[in-house]
Each structure stands twice: as C-alpha cells, then as structure tokens.
Design a protein around this ligand. Structure first.
Ligand SMILES: Cc1ncc(COP(=O)(O)O)c(C=O)c1O
Length: 393
C-alpha cells in the first residue's frame, strides 16, 4: 500500500496555514533560551518558578541515579514500584492535603486514564469548552455521554446537570487555570452546583500547582476545597520543573486507579531520578514562597506594560497572558517578528485554540529579570508599529 496520504495530509495542513515544526533548544531551560543557536528571552515556557534548571533538582536526580540506577525496569504493578515512587506519593498527599496520591507518567496519561476509569456507559461528563486536549480525549475514551458547557458558564453547567439527572454518575471536569487563556474556573461555585446535583468534581491543576495557594499546592488548596472535590490532578513538568503527573484524592480513588486505570497499569514506571526531582521541587515550592511573589510581580509588570502599549489581552489571572490576534497567519507573523528581535512568545493556533482566536501565549517566570522584561516591552513596542494593536479579526 502506498503512503501518498502522508504528503497529501501535510499539504492540507500547509495550505490551511497550520503547519507546525519543532524548534531546537540548545542549552537549558531558563528565562533565556538558546534557540537555533541564538539567545532569546523566553516567554513561552511553563517553567513558571524557574525550577527546570535548579541545582537542587539536578543534585537530587544525580543522587537517585547513584543509589537506585537509571530505569524502573517494569510497570508499577510488576517490579517497577520503587522506594522513591511511594516517597513521592506520600509527599504529594501531604502537599495536597489528601488521603493519598498516585504518580502518573504524564498529565496526558493521567487525564485519559482518570476519565475512562471513573466514568463509562450510562454516565455523564460535564466538561468546560476550553478544557485541554487530554481531557477531551479522556471523555471520548470513557464512552460516557459528554456535555460540553460554555467556558466557565455556571448557568450552562447547571442546565447540563439537570439534563443529566438520570445518568448513573455525573462528573464535572474543569481545569482550575486554563492553559491557553490563563483565566481561573469559578471553582467554589462549581463545587456548590456539584453538591446540589449530586455530581463529582475532577480538577486539572496543571497550571495551578506550584503557583497558587499559600504553600503552592494549587487553586483547590487556596480555596480550601480539597475535601469537596473527588480528584485533583496536576503535572510535575510545569511549575515543578521536572516531568510526570499526579492524582491526589482518597485512598479508594488511588486503589481503584491502580486496579483499573489502563494508562497507569500498562506502562513502565517513571525512573527514580524523575521522582527525586519532584521531591526536591516540592521542598522548594513549599519553602520558597518568594518565588511565587517574584512570579506575580513579573506577571504584573508584563501585563501592565503590554496593556499600556495598547495590546488586547485576555482576562488572565495567572502567569499565562494571552495576547489576542485572531487570524492564525497574522498571529504567527507577529510571533516571528518578535523572535527576529530576540523575544520568544509562541503563537497558538487551531486546533489548540478555537478558530479565529489565535493568540500569543506569553508566560512569565519568577526568574525573569527587570532588564529582560523591559527589553521585551521595548521589542513589543517596536513591532506594534508594524502590527497595530487592533489585531482581532
Ligand atoms: C491543562 C493541562 N492538562 C494536562 C496537560 C498534560 O500534561 P503533560 O504535559 O504532563 O502530559 C497539559 C499540558 O501539557 C495541560 O496544559
């Protein structure tokens, strides 16, 4: 069989202006990046606290390799369940104020596994319209009836809950901080609706973990809702600077996942060095609140500077600042113009965001210096002359 479809599908993507290519980062992950051999200021990372190249994480990983070796050799249920996996899970449960926690190999795997374990035929999932692709795919895989409610719209959610009255189980799933918009879900109200209509709540704290809450445990912790949501999932690869993901909740939740969750059961356990990095990262997140303060300060400076320049910004309540452009080609051209001048702010197009809502996703880091932020704002000012801010089409 000929594989001509590869070229024709690629052509289709190119013709639609949606072709994507990998960029090569030469050095480590810091506030500046070596991109294609050139140093640029990095506003395109989820390394919000600057832990991805922190010496404490590197030292912990090296020590773990010396003591426990490199690989885990098998899945958790065979012979891959090592000391550091359980140590991390105990620490995560304490950090998240839950009875138990379970480590997953990635956030994507956690979401598809969670949704397909917790719901099935005869159940209803109520999912925010802007939830991440991994949640969307988890809904598909679950075979539950999925009702997508308008973004953060409590009336739409309530209507969906009423419609799902006869379902065996009702599960509301939402990100706490939305990955491409940076806004926050009305979580307290969502939990109240869930209680009113006897629904369960699953939250994705991929972008809340490390950044929100007095100890950095996330939005659920900040709002004191840990005992009222069924599942808190989050990632270890964003603010925590490493790799992997976690689920925090009751012991029964974790035990069911160990027994039934295919993306947990049928995969090789994460290596010890990855667990050690996460352990070191949680220590830093808890003991250095000044990182969160610096992050918040940098977000404010950037947001203020960009709105002074007249750019249209989304309603962000986090380090994720969407600069709205609209048209995909225009968005990518704006991103390229900034990159030419040494500022990396990735353009985000469909299918990551809905058609007509392409934007630059500009993310702050705790480790950006004032000089870097000022330099970036100068560059934005320069490109603004070429790209007037009445950009939404
Ligand atoms: C909201 C959200 N959930 C889940 C994921 C997946 O996490 P991971 O990168 O660990 O697979 C991401 C990002 O990648 C995300 O932004």
């Amino acid at each position: 069989m000929r594989a001509d479809f590869l070229d024709s599908e690629l052509k289709e993507i190119k013709d639609a202006g949606l072709y994507r290519q990998l960029r090569l980062v030469g050095g480590d992950q810091g506030p500046t990046l070596l991109l294609g051999g050139r140093e640029v200021i990095n506003f395109s990372s989820n390394n919000y606290l600057g832990l991805a190249n922190h010496p404490a994480l590197a030292a912990a990983a090296k020590a773990a390799i010396d003591r426990f070796g490199c690989g885990s050799g098998a899945s958790r249920l065979i012979s891959g369940n090592m000391t550091l996996h359980e140590e991390l899970e105990a620490k995560l449960a304490k950090f998240k104020n839950t009875e138990a926690a379970l480590v997953f190999n990635s956030g994507f795997q956690a979401n598809i596994g969670l949704l397909s374990t917790l719901t099935g035929k005869g159940d209803a999932i109520l999912s925010d319209a802007l939830n991440h692709a991994s949640i969307i795919d988890g809904c598909r895989l679950s075979k539950a009836q999925t009702s997508v409610y308008a973004h953060c719209d409590l009336d739409a959610l309530e209507a969906g809950l009423k419609q799902a009255a006869s379902a065996r189980r009702r599960l509301i799933v939402t990100e706490t901080i939305f990955s491409m918009d940076g806004d926050q879900a009305p979580l307290r109200e969502i939990v109240e609706l869930a209680e009113k209509y006897e629904a369960l709540v699953m939250v994705d704290e991929a972008h809340g973990t490390g950044v929100f809450g007095a100890n950095g445990a996330g939005v659920v912790a900040e709002l004191g809702l840990a005992s009222r949501v069924l599942v808190q999932m989050g990632t270890l690869g964003k603010a925590l600077g490493g790799f992997g993901a976690y689920v925090a909740g009751s012991r029964a939740l974790c035990d069911l996942l160990i027994n039934r969750c295919r993306s947990f059961v049928f995969t090789t356990a994460l290596p010890p060095a990855v667990m050690a990095m996460a352990l070191a990262a949680i220590d830093l997140v808890e003991s250095e609140p000044q990182r969160r303060d610096a992050l918040r300060g940098n977000c404010q400076k950037l947001k203020h500077g960009l709105s002074q320049l007249g750019f249209e910004l989304g309603k962000s309540e986090s380090p994720i600042l969407p600069l709205l452009v609209g048209d995909a080609a225009r968005c990518m051209a704006l991103s390229a113009a900034l990159l030419d001048r040494g500022v990396f702010a990735q353009g985000i197009r469909p299918p990551t965001v809905p058609a007509g809502t392409s934007r630059l996703r500009i993310t702050s880091m705790a480790t950006h210096s004032d000089v870097q932020i000022e330099r970036a704002l100068k560059v934005f000012e320069e490109v603004k002359r070429q790209w007037p801010p009445t950009t939404t089409s």
